[in-house]
Design a binder for this molecule. Structure first.
Ligand code: HPA
Length: 277
């Protein structure tokens, strides 16, 4: 079955239980799933019940769609994302983004955990993603282009919406939280980086590195969506300070930063003028 037909069947099913048109889409990263407790939930759907939806595998990513409100705004949240390292194809990794667009969602807020390569960063810091470097071995747009979704050669001169970034920084500051703004390098994983790889990632111009977000941003931009993204620094890949790290430590560090993320996002949403774009 072709992609647009599958998306149609997925959205038809979701719309029986929720009408998220105009909501902001939110993707919750590693260790940030508890953020859903901040949402006043009006409906939820486990991924397993949704036709054509990929299923989550990794510990710490149990999958469901949540529709509700936060900061007075309608939010459509994905608890559990699909990582390339789990073995999903790129079209599966970005499927939820394409479903969001088909549901009438025009803006998406992505979140993730990352390792810092910028020596000024600390564990627990939060970074607004300004730009990214795609180090995945592939790109979700490779293959025939569906012109009804977007152009063959999408512009990426402003992958992360300038206005949203400014609003996110303002929201953080109004909560007394200092945030960074920097460049996210996205790669496949699942290995964490070697010291030489962290060094390379720093040299090519990144501030942090992680295993998600970039494919979703590419797919969202292709669809003409506005993107804003937050990264929680969970470990350091800083020259001379590279320590051994486990997934559990990444999850714990992200969970510890969750109240800050929640405060920033709540403030961002409540300041967000209702607009159709
Ligand atoms: N590298 C890659 N991905 C990550 C890291 C890291 O150091 N921390 C959290 N996700």
């Amino acid at each position: 079955m072709d992609l647009s037909k599958r998306i149609q069947e997925t959205t038809a099913y979701i719309e029986r239980c929720m009408q998220p048109k105009g909501a902001i889409g939110v993707v919750l990263g590693t260790g940030l799933g508890g953020f859903v407790d901040e949402i006043e939930v009006s409906a939820e759907l486990p991924y397993a019940s949704i036709p054509h939806f990929p299923q989550s595998t990794v510990e710490g990513h149990d999958g469901k769609l949540i529709y509700g409100t936060m900061g007075g705004q309608a939010v459509f949240a994905l608890k559990g994302r699909f990582h390339f390292y789990e073995g999903y194809r790129m079209d599966e990794v970005v499927y939820p983004i394409r479903v969001m667009k088909a549901l009438g969602i025009e803006s998406v807020l992505l979140s993730n955990a990352s390792g810092a390569v910028n020596p000024n960063y600390k564990v627990g810091d939060i970074m607004v993603i300004k730009d990214h470097i795609n180090l995945f071995p592939t790109n979700p747009l490779i293959g025939p282009n569906d012109e009804s979704m977007g152009p063959r050669f999408p512009d990426m001169s402003e992958p992360y919406d300038r206005e949203f970034r400014a609003a996110m920084i303002k929201a953080a500051n109004s909560e007394g939280i200092e945030v960074r703004e920097g460049v996210y390098a996205g790669l496949s994983g699942p290995c964490f980086e070697t010291p030489a790889e962290y060094r390379y990632i720093r040299i090519i111009g990144a501030d942090v590195v992680g295993m998600s977000t970039v494919p979703e941003t590419i797919a969202a931009k292709h669809l003409g969506m506005r993107v804003v993204a937050l990264s929680v620094i969970t470990d350091l890949g800083i020259e001379g300070h590279v320590e051994s790290i486990t997934h559990e430590e990444v999850q714990a560090a992200a969970q510890a930063a969750e109240p800050k993320i929640a405060a920033i996002v709540r403030s961002f949403l409540s300041n967000r003028a209702p607009r159709s774009h």
